[in-house]
Design a protein around this ligand. Structure first.
Ligand SMILES: *Cc1c(COP(=O)(O)O)cnc(C)c1O
Ligand code: SF4
Length: 338
């Protein structure tokens, strides 16, 4: 944590902070840039009051102009459907509240504890299970992490710490370094897992400095879990960022969410797995949607989800078939969908 270190990070970080500043947050800019039909515009403005629009330039460049059904656009486009009250779709669908052991610390599964490091993301995914999460109650300054870090240090059953959010890579390198150094100082924590969508939506975020932060401790094995849902996401600058992670020895896994109108198609899912594997990224999970208020229009029925996975299994090597799971409150792991 030397002064010198922080100065060199600041130089390296300029690009991704600039990319983030240029992210599109205005419905009219989105509609004009992508030449979208006007009849969706008023609804988009309305639904953006529930959860604001946010999409990076890099992600936007991977969309097809003029196509309101573009699978990348569907993930970020606010729709009137988000206002629907649907039975079973609630505010805390995954039981996070019950798993909170300290401010910012969720502990649901044996051996793994998860830190909610920030509420920020570089894109706002309309289906997000955390769109209603009370982030305002979580720690912001480093000293506010003391309670969570004390729990980690005192509980020798925890061998893996997961940085989550929001998106943990929204933290500056200086903040990440402070957190990682404190985690690395806990002897029984042997793995550091980062759950981030930034390698997909803001590939500039993958810098040499970040990789150094993640890989510098021999006693703390880094694992990156990214989140891409469609093969058209995994191209160009995003593909390069994933390759950079892999080339630096970071085990990189992908989790996708099964989303109606985005990737509920055997050819799309096959192609997603193939692209990931070709880049050295292992398809880890395919999540059934968490039943969060405002997301029901993305849901795919279990029978169809299982049929899709069966098709993948008949087409792909075993390691390229993600596990189809859902999060069931109170269960001791993600639950397989059968
Ligand atoms: C999903 C999740 C994990 C990680 O589960 P894995 O099956 O190990 O990927 C850990 N903690 C919490 C709170 C989670 O929601
Ligand atoms: S937490 Fe993940 S899924 Fe949710 S809005 Fe952020 S990037 Fe998207």
């Amino acid at each position: 944590m030397s002064q010198d270190g922080e100065i060199s990070y600041a130089v390296d970080e300029k690009d991704w902070h600039r990319s983030l500043a240029y992210a599109v947050r205005d419905i009219d800019v989105l509609f004009d840039r992508l030449d979208l039909p006007d009849h969706l515009r008023a609804a988009a403005h309305r639904a953006a009051t529930l959860f604001p629009l946010m999409v990076t330039e890099s992600f936007l460049r991977r969309m097809t102009p003029g196509d309101p059904h573009d699978p990348l656009l569907r993930q970020v486009l606010p729709l009137d459907a988000e206002f629907g009250d649907v039975d079973g779709f609630t505010i805390d669908a995954v039981g996070d509240e019950a798993a909170r052991r300290a401010p910012g610390l969720l502990h649901k599964y044996e051996g793994r504890a998860l830190l909610i490091t920030t509420g920020s993301c570089a894109v706002h995914c309309r289906y997000c299970f955390r769109r209603h999460y009370p982030y305002g109650e979580e720690p912001r300054r480093l000293d506010e992490w003391d309670a969570a870090l004390d729990v980690l240090a005192d509980d020798e059953s925890i061998s893996e710490v997961i940085l989550s959010g929001g998106d943990p890579l929204m933290l500056t390198d200086a903040r990440l370094e402070q957190l990682i150094e404190r985690i690395a100082a806990i002897p029984h924590v042997r793995r550091l897992r980062v759950h981030s969508r930034l390698p997909i939506v803001l590939p500039d975020r993958i810098t040499d400095c970040l990789i150094d932060l993640l890989t510098r401790h021999d006693s703390l094995t880094p694992i990156m879990v990214v989140h891409a849902n469609h093969p058209a996401e995994v191209v160009n600058d995003c593909a390069a960022a994933l390759q950079q992670l892999v080339a630096n020895g970071i085990t990189t896994l992908n989790q996708a969410v099964l989303l109606r109108g985005v990737n509920d198609n055997p050819d799309v899912l096959t192609s997603l797995s193939e692209r990931l594997v070709d880049l050295g990224v292992i398809p880890y999970y395919l999540h059934q949607l968490d039943r969060v208020h405002g997301t029901a229009h993305f849901e795919v029925a279990d029978e169809r989800a299982v049929a899709l996975i069966d098709t993948l299994r008949s087409r792909l090597p075993g390691y390229a078939v993600p596990r189809l799971v859902r999060e069931v409150p109170g269960e001791l792991s993600k639950s397989p969908v059968l």
